[in-house]
Design a protein around this ligand. Structure first.
Ligand SMILES: [Zn+2]
Length: 118
């Protein structure tokens, strides 16, 4: 276990940012204690969540399970024309969700047999 202290920030569609102290495990990328994000907070929809470590680095949190920091990954996307496209993306080791950054926003990569993560 390599528990570190940081802060957990939720960004909402009305512009509200809520930051709380948190701990996370550097080895497993798990964030053990997170107050579950609810959609009835009065701030609209959850836009993104991230952890800031003690060095100020931003670590993107999985938007699906909310308690796992995404690790960088190469996502291989099979295009409609049969070609493969490698994109730098992110993978959640917990729930297996794949993301790529599009214009600064996380987008889920549709997972099927044609898409792989490296
Ligand atoms: Zn996840």
């Amino acid at each position: 276990m390599a528990i570190e202290k940081g802060t957990f920030t939720s960004v909402w569609s009305d512009g509200t940012e809520i930051t709380t102290d948190c701990q996370f495990d550097r080895e497993t990328n798990n964030i053990p204690i997170v107050e579950s994000s609810s959609d009835d907070s009065g701030h609209g929809n959850l836009v993104k969540e991230y952890v800031t470590d003690k060095d100020g680095a931003t670590l993107i949190v999985c938007e699906n399970c909310h308690h796992q920091i995404l690790r960088p990954a190469t996502v291989i996307n099979k295009l409609q024309n049969g070609l493969h496209e490698k994109e730098s993306g992110f993978c959640c080791d917990c729930c297996g969700e794949l993301y790529v950054l599009v214009n600064g926003s996380l987008c889920v990569v549709q997972q099927d047999d044609d898409n792989e993560v490296m």
